[in-house]
Design a protein around this ligand. Sequence first.
Ligand SMILES: Nc1ncnc2c1ncn2[C@@H]1O[C@H](COP(=O)(O)OP(=O)(O)OP(=O)(O)O)[C@@H](O)[C@H]1O
Length: 266
Amino acid sequence: MIEVKGLTKTLPNGRKLLNGIDFTVKKGEFVGILGPSGAGKTLTLRCLNGLLKPDAGSVLVEDEHGKKHDICQISKKQLRHVRERIGVIFQGYHLVKRLSVLENVMIGRLGQISTIRSLVYGFTDKEAEEALLALEKVKMAHLAQNRTGSLSGGEMQRVAIARAIFQSPTLLLADEPISNLDPSNAKVIMKLIRPLSENIPVVGVFHQPEMTAKYCTRVIAIKDGQVVYDGDPKLSNKTLEDIYGEELAQMEQYEHAVPTPEIVRI
Ligand SMILES: Nc1ncnc2c1ncn2[C@@H]1O[C@H](COP(=O)(O)OP(=O)(O)OP(=O)(O)O)[C@@H](O)[C@H]1O
């Protein structure tokens, strides 16, 4: 479970970027955060990961033993430990292109092994097998030895998901994980993320209400640094208009303008 209470972030000039964000996400939930540009979605996600310290509020995250930590208050060392179990999937994948696919998956657990072992990539055969299993889950095991830089965007995101799975996370965060992908790859990624929420809470920032309606179990909308909607992932047109305002027309134009790509396997 992750419990977010009263997150507030204010600029020195008095502008409130986050203005009392509250929500709880339980195991079994895949929550999509929506909202217009500049609403505070990414800042919220960064607070959930301990990358940004709010001025006020708390973020309670469970470690692998089920113990809750307020990541806004704990020491840097404790935060490093908690973050070893927070899987994050990014829009830009964050993989090391010169390494193999399998090595990139193993990076997910580097923080959990001793410094000496990590310096020489000292993983055991059992760990390598587990990494391969993670790759099988995302249907990428056949490319385990390939150079990551040779993969397509959709394939890279699948490797990033395998890396997060190998981390044995207690929480999974996704920062616009499908924004760089064509519609068919975006669906593949959503279908891979959703079952992960059976065992851990999953929270992602998205720009595609049609995708969160289909794959998320719940949607939270943020506008002007505040939660303005929290509930059913299928939003009515009225709610979408309330959330996005004039941006909605641009989004609809964009959706209709995106051609379905031809998939040619080379
Ligand atoms: N370091 C910073 N200094 C000043 N303002 C910032 C900083 N980081 C973010 N902001 C502002 O905070 C607001 C919220 O930013 P955030 O990145 O969370 O938006 P967002 O909802 O993720 O938007 P988008 O969908 O466009 O990515 C924006 O107006 C942004 O310009």
